[in-house]
Ligand binder design. Sequence first.
Ligand code: PNS
Length: 166
Amino acid sequence: MKRIAIYPGSFDPVTNGHLDIVQRGLYVFDHVIMAILKNPSKKAFFSVEERVDLLKESTKKFKNVEIGTFDGLLVDYAKQCNAVAILRGMRAVSDFEYEFQLALMNRRFNREIQTVFLMTGMRWIYTSSSIIKEAARFDGDITGMVPEIVQHRIKEKMAAINKNLS
Ligand code: PNS
């Protein structure tokens, strides 16, 4: 039987740090589903559709990666996908408290689905979607931190926002 893991997140946008975790996840699981939370209460930079598109483009090189979206409880979506695990990346100690809380809540809701943490590569330890958006907003160079397509789309979107503001 295929061992499936769900890798959930906002992915607003996907970074090379996320792709590093997927790649590592594929050493452990047969199939990884990257699942974007449809969260209307959180104002996102990219729409869910744009994020799905960016994830699909960025994961083309991986054979056993699928892109999904979900709302409601993550464990319910994981069960629906026949996943045995939830995959999360861990960077610095600062990630720990939130991840610990999330993992224990998920375990409380479904004891059969295990949360598996993978350490991100050292070069991505300080990378996050938020810091990348901030850097891009002030025209900082984000080359090599996100897939090329993401860098391109961020630039396009920032230019459109700035045009509307002027
Ligand atoms: O990339 P993020 O924003 O850190 O991802 C957070 C995410 C999507 C994994 C988390 O918010 C989530 O799973 N939300 C769905 C609702 C849920 O099941 N929450 C956990 C138990 S209350």
